[in-house]
Design a binder for this molecule. Structure first.
Ligand code: M6R
Length: 601
């Protein structure tokens, strides 16, 4: 997992490379570097730390060049040091390489190369690539040498490489994303579109086992075997403004505040006369299906739980699996629909699970945010959540867009499979869905989360409970909280509290209690059980819910359909996490040890 960028043009491209790296920092931010060719050789500048630090050293060194590559790293092999930062070079300094992925056979290759006298200067798996390239350059011209080097590799990679004195960037992909940006007078190559979206929206996605040679006036795409490929470019619909902070201090804040817009986009045109109207899945699309398995990680897993509960309510057997736990022991047949929920579409655990399901005979569907992502290409079908680019490492608007997209999809599936809907009165759900963006705005207007964050700052731990559709919201609230505040937070099914976790409860452990209005009084009783042991209770509910009579504090949500109330509660919890992290001075958009897209298993 890392972000790579390359730029090929006639004028100086250093600022474009650095700007691209800043936009890719969500993929990793423990070290960064660039290499440029300026007619006087390859200049490499790299360091541990974030792109800001790289910018300073680049500024001091005054390197420039029209053709260059860059990298921002999330360490897998070797700690985040200057030496382990990319680009990596060969022994002569004439080859430079950036890489995202994992080279599985790097140990054997390193031993072989070291035995031949090649000297390594880092602990990374990547460093074998420039040395292999160097070795093949002895017998081949650059393009052929690059191809040979790539052929030597096992594992996953998106690679951009340069050779001194050659006006080209060489690229290859297998299992890690790579996209070409095309504009009138320059080309880009990156792990993701936001890296260059401010310069061009015209893109060509690389497929696995493809090689690209990008020169100032042309691009050649071919298979690893050298067969030429013709592929038309496409225009991405994301607005470049969406990739900036838009005046907010953090991307996360902007992404929370913009949820009414992303939700409206997710729903737009997908609801007919209070029934699903999905272009991708017309009525009857799922007639052959008899059960559903949803695989996902992290926040996407919580959205998946929401979707599965709706399917179960409609009488469709549906299970959720943490993708990393989905293995061959799970029974699958050709009546199984496997749905992968993944914002990025690149999460390795989720892709592996989908692969397993497909190999076992399941039909596969991706629910993702990123057009052109690996999951969208590998699944039989894809449904896009249309949340727009999400840059903050903490998933916010993509969770709510996943939930509403899965709700409509769950209705389509249940109508086809069982002739049912998840709701006795679908019209009531769709009326509320239409009003959801307005309701989100009214939650944002309440402005109470900051005060609640202040009140409980310094607590020993933070617990989140909920039942039914409030349970995925409780565990999502806890994940968000721990991810960006670094404080201990746990989410529990409300009824489970008394089966063990209650031992953790003290006056120093606020219990955020999420209720949707659809449950009986049990959740209130569970909150009282915690309160009796001294824990402060914070209700996340409508104003008139019985939990407010018990609670010490309140994060209010407007009246809505009970199956959408959890989404509104989640917005309050996102704000709570945000304000707490802000008070604690955390790196909100780039929390320690994490990266947005986890492309390693
Ligand atoms: O891109 P994905 O939705 O597949 O990512 C899955 C998780 O890595 C992700 O949701 C992670 O848990 C978030 N950082 C949570 O905010």
């Amino acid at each position: 997992m890392c972000g790579i960028i390359a730029r090929v043009g006639a004028d100086d491209g250093v600022d474009r490379l650095l700007g691209g790296l800043e936009r890719l920092e969500y993929r990793g931010y423990d070290s960064a570097g660039i290499a440029v060719e300026n007619g006087a050789g390859l200049a490499v500048q790299k360091c541990s730390g974030q792109v800001n630090e790289l910018k300073e050293s680049v500024h001091d060194s005054q390197i420039y060049g029209g053709i260059g590559i860059g990298h921002t790293r999330w360490s897998t092999h070797g700690p985040p040091t200057d030496d382990n930062a990319h680009p990596h070079t060969d022994s002569t300094g004439e080859v430079a390489v950036v890489h995202n992925g994992v080279i599985d056979n790097h140990t054997e290759l390193r031993e072989e190369l070291e035995a031949e006298g090649y000297e390594f200067t880092s602990d990374t798996d990547t460093e074998v690539i420039p040395h292999l390239f160097e070795r093949h350059l002895e017998d081949h011209p650059p393009e052929a040498a690059f191809r040979e080097a790539v052929r030597d590799l096992d594992g996953s990679y998106a690679i951009a490489a340069m050779v001194e004195g050659v006006d080209a960037v060489f690229a290859a992909r297998r299992g890690s994303p790579l996209v070409l940006g095309v504009s009138d007078d320059e080309y880009f190559l990156a792990s993701d579109v936001p890296a260059f979206l401010e310069h061009t929206d015209e893109v060509v996605y690389f497929e696995d086992d493809e090689v690209g040679v990008i020169q100032p006036d042309e691009v050649e795409l071919s298979t690893l075997d050298g067969q030429s490929i013709e592929r038309s470019s496409e225009i991405v619909s994301w607005d470049p403004e969406e990739t900036g902070k838009g005046g907010y201090d953090h991307f996360m804040r902007k992404e929370i505040e913009n949820q009414h817009v992303s939700l409206a986009n997710s729903i737009q045109g997908r609801v007919g006369d209070r029934e699903p109207d999905l272009d991708e899945f017309p009525p009857g699309s799922f007639e052959d299906i008899d059960s559903v398995q949803i695989v996902a990680c992290g926040t996407s897993f919580h959205a998946a739980k929401y979707g599965a509960q709706l399917l179960n309510k409609a009488g469709v057997p549906a299970q959720t699996f943490r993708a990393s736990e989905y293995d061959d022991s799970v029974p699958v047949d050709d009546g199984t629909l496997a749905i992968a929920v993944t914002q990025s579409g690149e999460t390795a655990d989720t892709l592996a699970a989908l692969d397993r399901a497909s190999a076992a005979g399941a039909r596969t569907t991706a629910v993702t945010n990123v057009v052109g992502s690996t999951v969208a290409r590998e699944a039989d079908d894809a449904l896009f959540i249309r949340a727009g680019p999400e840059i903050g490492v903490a998933a916010t608007k993509t969770f709510s867009s996943q939930v509403v997209t899965l709700s409509v999809l769950a209705h389509r599936i249940s109508a086809d499979v069982a002739g049912t809907a998840p709701w006795d009165d679908p019209a009531a759900f769709y009326d509320a869905l239409e009003r959801l963006p307005d309701h989100v705005e009214s939650v944002l207007d309440t402005e109470v989360a900051a005060d609640v964050a202040d009140d409980y700052l310094g607590s020993d731990a933070f617990f989140f409970i909920g039942r039914g559709l409030a349970y995925p919201v409780a565990i999502e609230g806890a994940l968000k909280f721990k991810e960006i505040t670094y404080e201990h937070a746990e989410g529990f099914a409300a009824g489970e509290l008394k089966h063990g976790p209650l031992a953790l409860v003290t006056p120093q452990t606020p219990v955020f209690t999420v209720v949707t209005g659809d449950e009986d009084d049990s959740t209130v009783i569970n909150a009282e059980e915690a309160q009796t042991r001294g824990a402060p209770i914070v209700a996340v509910s409508t104003d008139d819910h019985a939990i407010t009579d018990v609670a010490d504090a309140h994060l209010p949500i407007p009246e809505t359909h009970p199956d959408l109330a959890g989404l509104l509660a989640n917005v309050q919890l996102q704000l709570l996490s945000y304000h707490t992290a802000d008070r604690l001075g955390r790196a909100i958009d780039k929390p320690r040890n994490l990266a947005k897209s986890v492309t390693v298993e």
